[in-house]
Design a protein around this ligand. Structure first.
Ligand code: F6R
Length: 614
């Protein structure tokens, strides 16, 4: 996690850096800092515990002049969030400052070695080890800062994206990456560096994504140069960004999360556009067409993902099995990578990730590739590490997701997985023509069904006031809606800090039923589908024990209306797509409960959007 910004050009670097940090704050927000080289040749470093707005207050009366600088917003890994552990870290000589995203795994060994040389450390971070190592190499060998950076990076084990400024080269910014993202933005007489393109997009649409083991030398007077840590020149591959500034703003909503929930009619439209037509039942996914034989001959599919993306994966499993008739397993990427999985070239691994940067998912992909599997990505962020590491894939195209709690990415992921299942079912001939036509029609109708579902917002806002007292919540669902129950529970716990558990409704009687009393609200996802009768008896079991029930039901379901305490009515939707619709009232419920409890929904405590550490 952590966000990095760097700037060199003609503007006041501080302004660009702070604006960029606000954009990257979703990556971590427990401390923030900036380092600029002033026109007088002073390296000014300011950093403080707290959010970027705290840093701005801290810098109010400071000298922030200069047209070159680096900045950082932190999600703590090594060392608690405080002023000293905040980045940038300066080498003791006071001439080099560095910001870092990632984890230096061998920092303990390196630190001890440097301490034996008499070097004294101020912070508990792995990052300070890196900047001290750079200074040490420079001082002992007399080499340039660039060579010292290169040498130091060859000694560290782990993941990093770094940006470095030093007083000996006040016209040069150095950036480097390994397993943590770094993007360079090329403007007119100015260059930007950032963890993703969001701080860059309003200045230029020309970007270069740095690859692993590459170092960028960004100079005021010379064109961009990229070398490898082995000192070999690298190709510079300039890409054009497809992102707009308005996508990065709240657009009149109080929070990004609410904006992103309400964007879903449009994002799902963007997701299906060009992939299903305005009529007919054709589904066109270029990733499947280009790799038809892989899907035709696959022995099985293994889906790897984390968090919300893993929940989408559970729905994907059902879709691919039911429609594509391929055996599917779903694994937490963090477990899979250490499980010595049985995989070979007959297997397809589908990696699902909104950010495309999740460290565990990336590591799972690398392992799958080493074992010969074909790896297919379902990502949101274009050009992200996972999108680039996979053999092929389908973007969900829902636009930047900034709220830390994933909402529109989840519905986009499930939509892509549904299209993937249809595409695979079509080439394998495992899907009935009429079923396919119905599901494609369902996909086409999703934006309007979501618009109807969003009308529940006012009702859910009123309802949420009733439940802020709750210390625990139970979410129950069956079939396609069991993962929706898991997702609903995750949304509630991450932004309202209320403990919530998702369970398959029928499993409740094997344990969780013991928890039910007047204090435990149960959310039951009970659309009118094959499981309807069964889930009614699950609701009755809760009611019989004094529990209160909020039920998500299909419009007009009088039976459940009679027995539940509250009902949230959604429109009719094909069963295999229903989680896309049922998840929306659950997103709104979590949002409104968290707001009523006074929680910061866009930046919940301890969390960060992009988990680039193990
Ligand atoms: C929850 C949430 C996380 C992410 C998880 C994986 O709202 O956002 O659980 O889903 O960290 O992230 P990606 O999808 O970026 O790999």
């Amino acid at each position: 996690m952590c966000g990095i910004v760097g700037y060199i050009g003609t503007r006041t670097a501080y302004d660009v850096l702070v604006k960029g940090l606000h954009r990257l704050e979703y990556r971590g927000y427990d401390s923030a800092g900036v380092a600029m080289i002033s026109p007088e040749g002073k390296l000014n470093v300011y950093k403080t515990q707290g959010k970027v707005e705290d840093l701005e207050r801290f810098c109010d009366s400071k000298d922030t002049a200069g047209t070159i600088g680096i900045a950082h917003t932190r999600w703590a890994t090594h060392g608690e969030p405080n002023d000293i552990n905040a980045h940038p870290h300066m080498a003791p000589g006071g001439r080099i400052a560095l910001v870092h995203n990632g984890t230096i795994e061998n920092y303990g060994v390196l630190r001890e070695a440097l301490e034996r040389e008499g070097r004294v450390f101020r912070s508990e971070t792995d990052t300070e080890v890196l900047v001290q190592l750079i200074e040490y190499i420079k001082e002992t060998s007399g080499c340039s800062t660039l060579d010292a950076v290169r040498e130091a990076l060859r000694e560290v084990v782990g993941a990093y994206a770094i940006a470095v400024v030093d007083l000996d080269n006040p016209g040069t910014l150095i950036g480097a990456r390994k397993s943590s993202p770094l993007v360079i933005g090329l403007g007119e007489e100015e260059t930007f560096l950032a963890s993703d393109a969001t701080p860059i997009v309003e200045y230029t649409d020309k970007v270069v994504y740095l690859n692993d083991d590459e170092i960028a030398i960004i100079s005021r007077s010379e064109p961009l140069k990229i070398i490898t840590t082995d000192n070999q020149p690298s190709q510079i591959d300039i890409k054009t960004l497809r992102m707009s500034v308005s996508e990065l703003e709240k657009g009149g909503y109080p929070h990004f999360m609410l904006k992103e929930i309400f964007e879903q009619p449009r994002t799902i439209n963007d997701c299906v556009r060009g992939r299903i037509g305005n009529s007919g039942s054709q589904v066109t996914l270029s990733g499947v067409i280009e790799n038809k034989d892989k899907f035709l001959n696959a022995r099985r599919i293994v889906i790897v993902a984390c968090g919300t993306s893993w929940h989408a994966g559970l729905i994907g499993k059902r879709l691919l099995q039911e429609i594509g008739r391929i055996p599917v397993e779903v694994e937490y990427a963090s477990e899979f990578r250490y499980s010595n999985p049985i995989l070979d070239e007959r297997d397809i691994v589908i990696a699902i990730s909104q950010s495309g940067e999740t460290a565990d998912t990336l590591a799972a992909i690398q392992m799958a590739k080493e074992r010969g599997a074909f790896v297919y990505g379902v990502c949101n962020v274009v050009g992200s590490s996972i999108a680039r590491a996979t053999d092929s894939g389908t973007y969900i195209h829902v636009g930047p997701e900034i709220g830390v709690a994933s909402t529109k990415a989840f519905t986009g992921q499930v939509t892509v997985l549904a299209m993937l299942a249809l595409a695979v079912g079509s080439i394998k001939g495992t899907i009935d023509k009429q079923v396919k036509a119905d599901v494609v029609k369902g996909l086409r109708n999703l934006p309007s069904l979501i618009t109807k579902t969003l009308k529940l917002n006012d009702q859910i806002e009123r309802l949420s006031a009733t439940y802020t007292y709750a210390k625990n919540f139970l979410y129950l669902g069956r079939g396609y809606n069991f993962p929706a129950a898991l997702e609903g529970a995750l949304k509630l716990k991450e932004i309202s800090y209320i403990h919530a558990e998702g369970y398959p409704a029928a499993e409740m009687k094997h344990g969780p039923i013991a928890l039910i009393d007047r204090e435990l609200p149960t959310v039951v996802i009970a659309p009118d589908d094959e499981m309807h009768e069964k889930i009614i008896s699950n609701i009755q079991q809760v009611k019989a024990r004094g529990g209160s029930v909020i039920a998500v039901i299909t419009k007009g379901d009088e039976t459940i209306r009679e027995i539940a305490d509250h009902v949230l009515e959604i429109p009719q939707v094909p069963e295999c797509l229903s989680a896309i619709i049922t998840s929306i009232p659950l997103q709104l419920l979590a949002y409104h409960i968290a707001i009523k409890k006074g929680c910061d929904v866009d930046m919940p405590r301890n969390l960060a959007k992009s988990v680039t550490v193990e």
